[in-house]
Design a protein around this ligand. Structure first.
Ligand SMILES: NC(=O)c1ccc[n+]([C@@H]2O[C@H](COP(=O)([O-])OP(=O)(O)OC[C@H]3O[C@@H](n4cnc5c(N)ncnc54)[C@H](O)[C@@H]3O)[C@@H](O)[C@H]2O)c1
Length: 373
């Protein structure tokens, strides 16, 4: 089992992440240590997680007063109405601030549950047990909570750190290849923006990682990814500057998700994979990155057989709509769109360096979507 300690820039909310296979059994011991005083435990359980884990959790938590809420999460119900329903149920159970909410689910379940934990009685203990590859290597770390509204994705939320995170790789066994690839998107992003060696390591090992056959490689990939995320969380917990580098590709991704109505036609991880391609191409157009570096990324996609029909996902006749959705992105503090661009593998531009007006972006868009790789 690997253990990574996440430190925040406030220095008060440090917490451990435990990563390994068949490690869920440590839950009672870690709860005792990190959530002292807890009597009641509310579990939010993602409906698609195999039922055997529900049974295991109930057994492990037999010494607590446990109530479990199973929810079918998707981007469309990642909203206030779901938060309201959960809050009402938990208020009826009269949880106190020393009680604990555990989320067992993917990134959507995690973002919604941590938001609930952060506002219920002004904050109760939160523990995350992420069950998708994306949530295990990215969203369960760093304390960003949130829900979508008609104005944009994750546009309402708080910063709220978990008491600890358990990353149990056994959960990944029931995920489709599509969901594994979505999770891989954020692993790849972390390598591209911060760690050239990690990128080279992925070039060598990603096929094995994506097959989930080699525990050692899988756990290493998740751990390396968590460490990149940890770096940014420590430097800038509340995303006032440096942490925005983690949004490489996300300005495009969020607008594409909104364009497709947050539907299963385009999952978040897929939007990120496409967004990173567009951001890389934009980096070349803006002469921030050379073709050779950009080609390393395009080659990586090719080798993993990651390809999309960009004409369908980013239709030419929707360019104005996509740009207007980008303007709403919460990382923009004026009417220009703030992009994190790539200088080379392992290094991005700084937040605020590249702000594009809508007219400038309109000019570049046809080139971006004619991307051949
Ligand atoms: N808070 C952050 O820092 C942060 C970072 C990155 C992404 N996110 C958010 O994370 C979300 C995406 O997360 P995701 O990719 O995990 O999507 P998700 O939560 O929709 O999960 C993907 C699918 O897998 C199912 N699932 C979950 N665990 C499973 C399991 N073990 N076996 C079978 N099916 C399972 C889910 O029910 C869902 O249908 C987005 O909303 C994104 O905005 C947040």
């Amino acid at each position: 089992m690997k253990k990574v300690i996440v430190k925040t820039s406030e220095n008060s909310n440090n917490y451990p992440i435990f990563i390994g296979r068949n490690i869920l059994k440590i839950l009672p011991e870690v709860l005792k240590k990190h959530t002292k005083g807890t009597k009641k435990i509310a579990i939010i359980f993602d409906d698609n997680v195999p039922i055997k884990f529900k049974k295991l959790l109930k057994k492990l938590l037999k010494n607590y007063d446990v109530f479990l809420e199973t929810i079918k999460f998707n981007e469309k119900n990642k909203n206030f109405s779901t938060v309201d329903k959960i809050l009402k149920k938990f208020l009826r159970k009269n949880l106190s601030r020393s009680d604990t909410l555990i989320c067992v689910g993917g990134g959507i379940a995690g973002d919604v549950s941590s938001f609930v934990a952060s506002i219920l009685k002004r904050g109760i203990n939160f523990v995350n047990i992420p069950t998708t590859l994306l949530s295990q290597n990215d969203s369960s770390i760093g304390g960003k909570t949130g829900v979508n509204t008609d104005y944009g994705k994750n546009i309402i939320g708080t910063f709220y750190q978990p008491k600890f995170v358990i990353i149990e790789t056994e959960f990944l066994k029931s995920l489709s290849r599509r969901e594994i690839l979505c999770g891989y998107a954020e692993i790849l992003k972390h390598a591209i923006i911060k760690d050239e060696k990690f990128f080279a390591w992925l070039n060598k090992n990603s096929k094995e990682i994506l097959k989930l056959k080699n525990d050692k490689l899988l756990i290493s990939a998740i751990t390396k990814s968590c460490k990149v995320k940890r770096h940014f969380v420590l430097k800038d917990t509340h995303e006032s500057n440096l942490r925005m580098q983690l949004n490489f590709g996300h300005t495009f991704a969020h607008s594409l998700e909104a364009l497709h109505g947050y539907s299963k036609k385009l999952n978040h991880g897929e939007a990120v994979l496409i967004g990173m391609l567009l951001a890389t191409k934009l980096s070349v157009i803006k002469k921030v990155c050379n073709d050779k570096e950009a080609n390393k990324i395009f080659e990586h996609y090719k080798n993993q057989k990651i390809n999309f029909n960009l004409k369908n996902v980013v239709p030419k006749n929707k360019i104005n709509k996509i740009i207007s959705l980008m303007i709403n992105d919460k990382k923009n503090n004026d009417n220009k769109i703030n992009f994190i661009l790539l200088k080379k593998i392992g290094k991005t531009t700084s937040p605020g360096d590249h702000k594009l007006s809508t007219s400038e972006l309109k000019k570049y868009f046809p080139k971006l979507i004619n991307l051949n790789f």
